[in-house]
Design a protein around this ligand. Sequence first.
Ligand code: BG6
Length: 511
Amino acid sequence: MENIDTPKKAPKSIIIIFGAGGDLTKRKLIPALYHLMQQGLLSKHTNVVGVDRLDSDNETYRNHLSEEIDCFIDKEFFSRDLWDQLISKAHFMQGDFRDPETYKNLKNFLTDIDNKTDTPDNYLFYCATPPSFFGEIAAQLCAAGLSTESDDYWRRLIVEKPFGRDLETARELNKALHQSFQEHQIYRIDHYLGKETVQNIMAYRFGNGTIEPIWNHRYIDHIQITVAESLGVEGRANYYETAGAMRDMIANHLLALMSVIAMEPPNSFNDADAIRDEQTKVLKAIEKFTPEQVLSCAVRGQYGGANLDNGESILGYREEERVAPESGTETFVALKLMIDSWRWSGVPFFIRTGKRMPGRYTEVVIQYKYAPSMMFHKSMDKINHLEPNRLIIRIQPDEGISMQFNAKKPGTIQELSTVDMDFSYSEHFGNAPSTGYETLIYDCLCGDATLFKRADNIEASWAIVQPILDVWQALPARTFPNYKANSWGPDEADTLLKRDGQEDRQWHQIK
Ligand code: BG6
């Protein structure tokens, strides 16, 4: 996340995508490369090599990438010439990821492109594959001599999530990767960290003099993080049945968001490790649940079917294709987390995520403590209570930040009303084309690991969710399905906020 006034072009390199025939490549990665090229951030010597088991060749592969491209690149930003330029640099190599021959062939394939295009042996290997291949691909690349760097060229490996399925498997995977690549060569993606609005949280907190002084337990009552999705599992049931919302969203995206919200200012913003150290410290300071706390501070849910007012009916999770009829997989999680630190002493973080919620919204709400309201007690009789100030950071959609505060209603009586002061990204900066992967790919090509997860960060995240996974596994949910599709989750998620006599606390109503 280096601050660059005139962004420089990423160095000449070859991007090798394992899993070239998959959805991620077609929907996100190739369109992201197109956007980078359009912004002048990609060297024209960048080549892409797709590796997959499919029986294909360059021409068929290029056609495959070009099909439906208008669904993945906004018409307004699409230029046929530019697309043709990019696609002419895409090559296909058939190969089985488990076969050592694939990597021998790959080595020759890459040398051939290097010779023809004068690229200096910089290789970015992108594992867009099921996670069971991550360790294998790394080991095979190493065995073929493709992971070794020199002073003249670099070798980097991007791995997608899920990174392990619990603390033990995450540790094993880290160990396996470290046998083939050094930590500085490994870029673990959490695409939430690539979102502009998430990166802006740091800019907002540390680039403004008025925010940090009140960003602590003296002024903040509690913090809410919501990642709500309106979609269900969309044909990914095979994966989702083995994951659930805790592994799919909490163990990575929500904890990543929480670490950005709660981190201390780093010593430097130009040092990836200084920033990642602070984020990891937050994760390590999150109090681990005892089995009793799992029962009181963690809520799980699964959606059932619903008939909507507009006549549409939505299937329940258990009725979706490839989902077990008695499935115990959670599609909703809400947690109350505490951070054991000076800054956050006594401030609960309520985090929740769910599928089939009434909309797709990701937002962070900082709820400040109530003002001492004596001077308004007359008006309070009228309006019953004074609303607390809330800072609302809208991560998506309608990206922006708003501050809710109380203002006097015009008139002779002293009556207050809650109003919003609003900043909207698109109104201020206009719309920029993005799949969410542009910054991540660009940063990796430039060797900036700030927005990628380090091994210790991944393990610290799993250490938080592990005690909850253990209790949930030992005590399967008996009340599933326990919320209706198109609702905000089970009732227990509301009571979670109100515990310990905090009757006034409620989830922020997203409009
Ligand atoms: C992915 C999860 O990591 O994030 C999906 O596997 C989820 O289940 C997705 O839908 C949400 O990402 P976004 O960027 O659409 O909020």
